[in-house]
Ligand binder design. Structure first.
Ligand code: BGC
Ligand code: NOJ
Length: 829
């Protein structure tokens, strides 16, 4: 069952009912100011950091779900309704929500009145613009009241939802004309404020939530002021400040009226916080006067429909350009829609927000993840390489000089988060992969010389190359008894906690390590991760390639020897006969072996081991891929492990706390499905690669949206696995490494257009039924118009490659660097 449809020409998903199985959201903003917006206009806004600089309030895990947002209410002769249905939930005569690239348009109709609201955050602008177009489609004149509403968060979202003894008394607002200012703590230690304005006169306002609602026992679905058709002109003093504009509107039949609201954020320099003169008409209880210059300029920027149209056109042009870098035309519409639109769009969102703020991540818990942000770059780097570069330097600056890493950092402070700390064994390796991806995309070898400090040596002179070096050797220097990398607190799988042995409720599996390992430096010196071994052998060659390019042949040979040794150790100690083990636990026992009672096979190490060709000479790659198909494949994707754990294994930690089929315990973790898709494509098995891809790619789940539940245009972290009661049900949509990795899987492995250090490589691995496909790739200043022909209907194998009619040996198109368009023809066979 579907709840909407794709409008590919407009690059929109069109939701046809407000009653989607879960709120289906979109993100507005891509630099500093961000908003989450659901198909009923729920959500919230923040500046840079969803925890430390929250602008509007949201209630988590609330009933009904998705309460809080920016709402417009209409009272049309006693019928009260919202254009997005919620929160009043009056049945609408018509409803539509169009989620597009950085904007959302929600349209509702009731009793002949149509309200179309366009929400977007313009480029280089710290505010959300909301354009409301009201049209009287009836035969009679209409007189009605329109109310806006936004509830302020008192900046620190964590404090805002916990520290009531203080923050029920700190709220401050001011009103000047049609603009309501939120000024909590501005006088004292903050230099930022927010405002909500409309480009017209108003007939009243409310700034005190309880006055707006009429009673503390009312919800957003029942505000008494709206019901009464008149604002109460309340002035908030403490409690919960809001911003609501009230406007009486009369429309003749056929007449329209456009109103533009702006929810903005501004910062003042410390010495320019206050203004000397008090503006006339200012409603305030303060003796001081806010310096409003920034807000004034922001309001001026979008105060007419023409300016709004220009802002939207600019946003559209930005996305036209971002999405022109990699475009494909394959025989499958769903693939085209994922690659050309939605997967790339999601990659921007994950790049911006890591795992911080979604409808499953509260924005309070996690900032930017070290491993997460590095992986996000893999899917994003071609879009805006300069932003990727700046991010790489930020992330690397949180690394320690021994190669260890803070696992997370806050985007506002850019400082490693001491609460969670480090010692996640995989973290440093992702940094090698992301820096290599950046160089492969841009050819900017200069990044290696960039000065990048270590967190524990902020003044020291270190380069990015030094960071790669310590990242690589952090693995080499921390090996266990089988010569495999120590698992430490966890590897990519946060829920395999081999040094934890936790038996006390409330201990965080990510931060708790058993005291018995204290003496050993904080984690077991026995537990080893086969996943990190495989990731090392997959990633290491990029480091070697970098050293070779720099002419550091000796260092390159030394690093290569470590990779070879790791492959040997892995094959000797971690190949289980039909697949690779997952780990050795702290007791030295095998995890992920046919000898185990449960959790006999795990997905994570397999793909990277296959792509590193560990044991390829004895057929380990194909055996492994076949085992995955046999034990992990099911209707909706590949489960993470099998059989699922049915009891708590104290030596494994969090993974065995999930009911079977969910999350890391045999859920379909789409992130690592991508690694298998890549590996199948790598091994030349285009059919399997495509089968796995089409099981999880969102556009393919659209028809079963009632089962899948989450948005059919973006990946979620997890789909209920075969052991789950809710088999096939998606969760944790939007902020997942799946976005980047599936972009890599489809674009670089299946379609095979892959940046390398010395050019663009073309090596597709596609379904044999395809006659071929076309792709356009902007790469290092040139444009490549690629046509892949598959006359023999094979999966893989480049028979010939020509650039502008000239044959090229091998699969790599050398960089032309002339800024021209080049025609590339590839014949498979
Ligand atoms: C989740 C993981 C997540 C970790 C860190 C665990 O509970 O299952 O997916 O990475 O928490 O927040
Ligand atoms: C989600 C986390 O964001 C990611 O870092 C981790 O690798 C996966 N969960 C698996 O545990």
């Amino acid at each position: 069952m579907k709840f909407g449809h794709f409008d590919d020409a407009a690059r929109e998903y069109v939701i046809e009912t407000p009653k989607t199985p879960y709120p289906w959201i979109n993100y507005l903003g891509n630099q500093g100011f961000f908003s989450l917006i659901s198909n009923t206009a729920g959500g919230y806004s923040f500046y840079m950091d969803a925890r430390l600089r929250r602008i509007t309030r949201y209630r988590y895990n609330n009933v009904p779900l998705d309460m809080g947002g920016r709402y417009f209410y209409i009272n049309d002769n006693g019928t009260v309704w919202n254009p997005g249905w919620s929160p009043v939930k009056t049945e609408l005569d018509a409803y539509e929500c169009r989620h597009g690239m950085g904007y959302t348009i929600i349209t509702g109709k009731k009793n002949g009145l149509k309200a179309e609201v366009t929400f977007f955050v313009p480029q280089d602008y710290d505010g959300e613009v909301q354009q409301v177009v009201l049209t009287n489609e009836s035969q009679e004149a209409k007189e009605f009241a329109l109310f806006s509403m936004a509830e302020w968060c008192l900046w620190d979202a964590q404090d805002d939802c916990t520290n009531f003894q203080r923050n029920f008394s700190t709220g401050r607002v001011e009103i000047l004309g049609s603009t309501i200012y939120h000024l909590t703590e501005y006088r004292d230690r903050r230099n930022h404020y927010a405002f909500y304005t409309v480009n017209d006169t108003i007939d009243g306002y409310d700034t005190d939530r309880d006055a707006f609602l009429g009673s503390i026992y009312n919800g957003w679905d029942n505000p008494e002021t709206v019901k009464a058709g008149k604002a109460s002109n309340s002035f908030a003093d403490g409690w919960s400040p809001i911003a609501s504009h009230y406007k009486k509107i009369t429309l003749a039949p056929g007449e329209s009226k456009t109103l533009i609201y702006i929810l903005g954020y501004a910062e003042n320099p410390q010495d320019k916080k206050f203004a000397a003169a008090k503006p006339e008409g200012l409603l305030t209880r303060e003796a001081w006067v806010l310096n409003r210059e920034k807000a004034d300029a922001m309001i001026e920027k979008y105060n007419t429909p023409e300016k709004v149209a220009a802002g939207l056109a600019e946003l559209r042009a930005t996305w036209d350009s971002l999405l022109s870098i990699y475009k494909v035309d394959t025989p499958d519409d769903k693939v085209n829609r994922m690659v050309n639109i939605w997967n790339q769009y999601q990659c921007m969102v994950t790049f911006n927000l890591s795992r911080s703020a979604s409808y499953f991540e509260s924005g309070i818990g996690r900032g930017m993840g070290f491993r997460d942000s590095n992986q996000d770059i893999l899917g994003f780097v071609h879009q805006i390489p300069d932003r990727a570069r700046a991010r790489l330097i930020d992330i690397a600056s949180t690394q320690l000089s021994d190669g260890g890493c803070y696992h997370q950092y806050q985007p506002l402070t850019k400082k490693g988060n001491a609460d969670i700390g480090g010692d996640f064994s995989d973290d440093p390796l992702w940094m090698i992969l992301s820096v290599a991806a950046y160089i492969k995309e841009t050819g900017d070898w200069g990044i290696l010389d960039a000065n990048v400090p270590f967190d524990d040596d902020p003044e020291g002179k270190h380069t990015m190359l030094d960071h790669l070096n310590v990242s690589f050797y952090h693995i080499v220097n921390n090996l266990g008894p089988h010569g495999l990398p120590l698992a430490m607190r966890a590897d990519w799988n946060d829920c395999i906690n081999l040094s934890c042995f936790s038996d006390t409720p409330g201990e965080s599996f990510q931060t708790y390590t058993n005291p018995k390992f204290k003496a050993e430096g904080g984690y077991s010196k026995i537990a080893e991760s086969v996943f990190v071994a495989a990731l090392f052998t997959y990633t290491g060659p990029a480091y070697v390639g970098i050293l070779e390019h720099l002419g550091k042949t000796e260092e390159a040979a030394k690093a290569q020897a470590e990779i070879d040794k790791m492959k040997k150790n892995t094959m000797e100690s971690a190949f289980d006969g039909e697949w690779f083990l997952r780990a050795y636990d702290a007791n030295g026992e095998k995890m992920g072996s046919h000898e185990c009672e449960e959790g006999k096979i795990f997905i994570e190490p397999q793909g990277f081991a296959v792509m590193s060709e560990i044991g390829k000479d004895v057929g380990a790659d194909i055996k492994t891929l076949d085992s995955i198909d046999k034990y992990l494949n099911c209707e909706f994707g590949l489960v993470l492990n099998n059989p699922a754990f049915t009891k708590y294994y104290i030596q494994y930690g969090e993974i065995s706390t999930y009911p079977g089929g969910y999350k890391e315990n045999a859920g379909i973790f789409t992130h690592n499905n991508a690694w298998i898709i890549c590996a199948e494509a790598y091994a030349g098995r285009g059919e399997k690669a495509f089968e796995y891809y089409s099981k999880i790619a969102p556009a393919f789940t659209e028809e079963t949206s009632d089962i899948h539940k989450t948005e059919p245009y973006v990946y979620g972290q997890m789909i209920g696995g075969k052991d789950a009661k809710n088999f096939g049900q998606g969760k944790n949509s939007w902020l997942t490494g799946t976005a980047a990795w599936n972009m890599v899987a489809i674009s670089q492995y299946i379609l095979g257009v892959k940046p390398e250090f010395d050019g663009l490589s073309i090596d597709p691995s596609i379904p044999a039924a395809w006659d071929g496909f076309k792709a356009e790739r902007k790469f290092r200043g040139d444009i490549y118009e690629i046509e892949v022909k598959n006359p023999a209907h094979v999966n893989k194998g480049v028979k010939s490659l020509t650039v502008d009619g000239t044959a090229v040996d091998g699969k790599v198109i050398p960089v032309a660097g002339d800024g021209k368009t080049h025609k590339v023809e590839v014949v498979l066979g």
